[in-house]
Structure formats: structure tokens, C-alpha cells
Design a protein around this ligand. Sequence first.
Ligand SMILES: C[S@@+](CC[C@H](N)C(=O)[O-])C[C@H]1O[C@@H](n2cnc3c(N)ncnc32)[C@H](O)[C@@H]1O
Length: 383
Amino acid sequence: MVKATTSALQNILLEKIQSHGNMTFAEFMADCLYHPEHGYYIGSRDRIGKQGDFFTSSSVHALFGGLIARQLIEMAQILGEEPFIIVEQGAGEGHLAKDILDALQIEDPEVYNRSTYRLVEVSPDNRRRQREQLLRHVDRVDWCAESELQPFTGCYLCNELIDAFPVHVVEKREGKLQEVFVTRKGGELGETVGPLSTAAISEYFAWLGVEPAEGNRGEVNLLAVDWIWRVAATLQRGFVLTIDYGYPSGELYAPFRRNGTVMCYHKHAALEDPYHLVGEQDITAHVDFTALQKAGTEAGLELLYFKEQYRFLMALGFVDKLMQLQAELTEPNQALALRMTLKNLIMPDEGMGSTFKVLVQGKGVGTPELLCHRKISDIPLPI
Ligand SMILES: C[S@@+](CC[C@H](N)C(=O)[O-])C[C@H]1O[C@@H](n2cnc3c(N)ncnc32)[C@H](O)[C@@H]1O
């Protein structure tokens, strides 16, 4: 473990623990990421991309948004000729929104002209960056708080939102689930273990039918379940498209995953100590896609698609687009650089291509065969 450096937020949290007692990991993570003054996502800093702490698929290349736009066009056609609302929650710096709108405008102006792209973002700094990014599409975009969303027809989408929700951390000891709390240790932040802070955690595992194995840690993302219920209630008719890294529960809580999946990111280093660089590093946990599917079904959403990102992007025409982009380049080394960049989006074996999953749920749309359902073997290779 790296020794923690003192930050303003660390001192605030130490005082909070002194006066109010130990915090759950979820409370700690919420403060680290969203404290109104010192939270990682709140102040002005470069988080995404080369100058920041981590890459997201939308920061890798505009092709990611371009391919999602193809799927959105089909969804808009299925929904008919009414206004098409795209809600993106947790849009970061707005790259995905821009790339989707750029592609819609070119590939299907009719759909573009009846679309509204609504951004829901808790970070004031990211809202400012999104506004700058989306100037060209000012007539098509607006912003609101999640609580202000009105029932709509369209697509509710997010990329790497759920992994940024604060999670409870638990450990199985002598057959019993215990919770990890954040405490003071010698004037610094440290951990202790105690009884669960809420019955909702044991109810969650009973509902899921899976638990971490003896001696293992695991995370519980109660907010993800609440969120999918709210999404299902707000979406009148249409689709929910969730992209994130994670696994079905059986894999998430597999015996070999001894320490759970909490990870921190700072200047492109993946760190395991959340008590280091408090408020200055991103903290995430892998998403439980079984929980999202199961809660979604209970909330009235139909499971339409769940696969790895590489299958999703290939089905939407990844190779085709790559060839198009390559053809626009004159220098062989530019083409090589393009291929090397784009490869990141589809790399399997722990790369973005397979760690990231794509979940599509529907409401009031039946079970349509979507473009993303195409099998890789059925896609004609471009000549
Ligand atoms: C890892 S970033 C995602 C980046 C972006 N989607 C991309 O593709 O580059 C997480 C984003 O979700 C936002 N966020 C976290 N919780 C949120 C919530 N409850 N509502 C809206 N935005 C949220 C953060 O402020 C941040 O912009």
C-alpha cells in the first residue's frame, strides 16, 4: 500500500469520522468522487484522455460514437416518426454526445432533426466541458437533473456511469457477511470490518442468489438497482443502452476474485489503495450486469441484448468504418496508427473489447432483431 498524502478532503473525512463515527465505503466513495467542494468529479481537472487519469471508449476515437449512432438510427425508426429523445447520463466531457450527433447529422438528417439529446450530469465542470463540446449542436441539446427528467420516448444511454456509483464493500468471514468501514488509523484513513450497515445488503445477495466466497471481498452497488428502477419508470417507450465494464454476478463474485473489483485511477496508473490521493483519483467498481438485468425485468424492461463490446461494435460495422477511415488517409504510418488506436476498442482478453459489456433493454417495443444482434460470421467483409 502507498502511504496516503494529506489532502483537504482527507482532513475533512478524518474530522467527520472523529465526530460521527466510521463511514461505510459507499459514503467514503461518495465523498471522494462527489464532495461538493473537493470531490474528484466536481472541481476543474483533466480526468479523461491523455492529459487525464483514464481513457474511456469515447475518448479513444469518434468511431465509437459513430457506430452507436447507427444503432440509435434503427431504434428511432422502430419507434416511428415522433420526437426521438436521447438521454445520456454521466456524459463526461461530452465526446460521445458530439460523436453521436455528428454521425446522426450525416447518416440520417431526418432522425437528427427530430432528435433531442438530453444530458444528465452531476459534475459542474463536466457540464461546462459538454457545453463547449456541443456548440455545433446547440439546437439539438439540453441539460437537466435526473430528478427533472419527464417521461419520454427514445433511448436512455450511458457509458461508464454505473461504475462511478458509490458501492458498499463486504467480506465473507466464517460464513458471515461483514461490511468494510472507513476509520481513523494513526491519524490517517484506514479500514475496519463490522456488521452490515443495512439489511438491504443481505437482502441484495438473497435476491441475487449469489454471495462472495469465504474470505473474499465484493462490492454491492445498491444505487445501480435503484437507478434502473428510475430509468424504467421514466422511459415511456424505447430502449436503455448501458455500456460499462463488469460481469454477470456468477463471474463478479467468482472465488478467484479475492479482493473484489474496487480500482483507482490516477494519471493512467491503476492503483488499489482508495485511501491514497483522496479526492484526486477516480475510484470505480465493476458493474454487476445480472443485477441490472434482473432489476430491469422486475421494473418492466425487456432484456434485448447482452454481449461484449467487441461483438456489439463488430455487429454495427466496425470493420466497414475502419476501412472507410483508412481510405481517407494517404500515409501508411497514419493508417497503422489508426488501426492501433481502434484496436483498443475491440481487444478481447481483459481489453476494452471484452471487459466492457453492452446491455440493451426495451420497453413497449417487443423484441426486435436489432443491428447489434448480427453475428460476426454473418457480416460481409468489405472488399
Ligand atoms: C467515468 S465518467 C464517464 C465518462 C463518459 N461517459 C465517457 O464516455 O467518456 C462518469 C461520469 O458520470 C458522472 N456521474 C456520476 N454519477 C452521476 C449521476 N448520478 N448522474 C449524472 N452523472 C453522474 C460523472 O460526473 C462523470 O461525468
